[in-house]
Ligand binder design. Structure first.
Ligand code: CTP
Ligand code: MG
Length: 473
């Protein structure tokens, strides 16, 4: 059943938002535990630094745990360990990690743009991130140096109502799977969400704004946009603490479009479902084959071993490979109706839906127009008695030459398979003898979790809204 359109969407939304906000709000006890954790963390980190004679300038908890704007089931406490700007990067890293190791339970080193530690403290997951105590956030020395300034900027402006609305906004985006600025998600970061809700004054007001955006959405005044924006930028909002940085740089156009359409749809028909994660329905191979049969198309699947890379490095390469494979299939003469990729534990899968499983057994080659010197080369190269010439050479109605030759490689798998070794799929994804690839029609591809995921994104595309799928054919 589609959600019913309400006669009074504004009133319905206000009641709904109050109810959802109450449901997702952390309890006072939980908030008190988080507050205690924050104080203890800073005290312990400072004491450890003193014992070690470490040049720590300041320890502080920033991010959503510092402001109460977190979603309770996604809380991690962001502890920043700030060192003097004179310290070399190696010492910063060594000192930061040493303090983190002494502080956290079960610490594991992780890498973002620079290394940090993930562990736990007082029963909460904590990220301990080393950075520099800089005086000017528009001149950061490491990617995290602006964070204390973000904390100061937001903490001074957020009221309890805004904190409540930030959580609503995060929950709304999470249900649409566009919350988070990691490369895997390409969505909105927590900090961006807080800035947007703050600007608009409320969750509801923000959605009213967003429903009217077009792409690219430019929220900074024309003269005050960050420089060097990429051509495909989706949303532009200068970071108030560093006007040279676009806070929304990670957001993709597709995900911004999801937000814009969803905002409009939600305002028309606000329901609880907008704040609930939609279960993802895997598509078994048999179901996909049935659909492909009905659609009269062909699905080919390329498999590569998964390189050992962090998600932020892997996902952009996977997207590039998906695009490259689709473009190559097009160049080879296959009409591409859809493409998708899926990342499994062991392998990467790429799927192409093609209009036909085979291309024609004849290849049409354009030649030069009559009257220029190159015609003799063309005629020499494609003699009518040549073993591969099927028809011609002949003249087209516009006066230029053409010839049709035999195309022995007809199946998509054979044609694309020949080309894959010379394609640059992504820095770490290039197929070699050591990391071979496979290309098979869907019917011959083994069942796996990632195959189901691939098939869902290839053959069950829909808007990520609450309610049943738009079509089950
Ligand atoms: N940060 C940023 N840009 C990013 C990611 C992080 O500026 N793309 C900074 C922000 O100051 C942010 C802090 O690092 O507040 C912590 O990052 P993160 O934990 O990702 O975001 P939170 O604001 O804590 O939101 P969440 O509730 O998702 O944890
Ligand atoms: Mg956080």
């Amino acid at each position: 059943m589609p959600p019913e359109r309400s006669d009074d969407p504004r009133g319905a939304a206000t009641r709904l938002e109050a109810a959802v906000a109450a449901r997702i709000a952390p309890t006072p006890e939980f908030l008190a535990r988080v507050a205690r954790c924050r104080t203890d963390l800073v005290e312990r980190a400072t004491a450890i630094a003193r014992e070690r004679g470490s040049p720590l300038v300041r320890a502080l908890v920033a991010g959503s745990a510092a402001r109460g704007t977190f979603l309770q089931d996604r809380l991690d406490v962001d502890l920043f360990l700030l060192f003097p700007p004179e310290l070399t990067r190696e010492r910063l890293r060594a000192e930061g990690l040493a303090i983190g190791r002494a502080l956290l339970t079960d610490p594991v080193t992780r890498y973002a743009e620079h290394p940090y530690l993930r562990g736990s403290f007082d029963g909460f997951p904590v990220d301990a991130v080393p950075g520099y105590a800089v005086a000017d956030p528009s001149r950061p020395l490491s990617p995290v140096d602006r964070t204390p300034f973000h904390q100061e900027y937001l903490a001074g402006r957020e009221t309890p109502e805004l904190v409540r609305d930030v959580r609503l906004a995060k929950q709304f985006l999470r249900a649409l799977e566009i919350y988070g600025s990691e490369a895997k998600t390409e969505g909105l970061s927590g900090y961006l969400v807080e800035l947007l809700v703050l600007r608009a004054g409320s969750f509801h007001g923000w959605l009213e704004e967003a429903g009217g955006w077009s792409i690219p959405a430019r929220l900074s005044p024309p003269g005050a946009e960050p420089p060097r924006l990429p051509e495909d930028v989706a949303l532009v909002l200068a970071d108030p603490v560093d006007l040279n940085r676009n806070v929304a740089s990670a957001l993709s156009r597709k995900n911004l479009a999801t937000l814009i359409l969803s905002a409009r749809e939600y305002l028309q028909a606000p329901t609880e479902g907008w704040f609930e994660r939609r279960p993802s329905v895997a598509m078994p191979k048999a179901e996909a084959l049935r659909r492909v049969m009905h659609r009269g198309t062909h699905v080919t699947v390329v498999e590569l071993p998964r390189p050992d890379l962090v998600d932020d490095t892997l996902f952009p390469q996977v997207r590039k490979a998906e695009r490259t494979l689709a473009e190559e299939a097009g160049r080879l003469g296959f009409e591409v109706l859809g493409r998708a990729s899926a990342v499994g534990r062991q392998r990467l899968l790429f799927g192409l839906e093609l209009a036909h499983a085979e291309r024609p057994g004849v290849r049409y080659r354009e030649g030069p127009p009559a009257g220029i010197a190159r015609t003799s080369d063309f005629l020499e190269k494609w003699r009518p008695d040549g073993s591969t010439v099927l028809q011609g050479p002949y003249l087209r109605s516009d006066g230029s030459l053409a010839v049709e030759t035999d195309e022995p490689v007809r199946s998509a798998e054979a044609a694309l398979g020949q080309r894959i070794p010379s394609l640059s799929l992504g820095r770490h994804l290039t197929a070699t003898a050591a990391s071979p690839f496979q290309i098979r029609p869907l019917a011959e591809t083994p069942e796996s979790e990632e195959l189901s995921e691939l098939l869902r994104s290839l053959l069950a595309k829909r808007l990520p809204w609450p309610g049943p799928p738009s079509s089950d054919k």
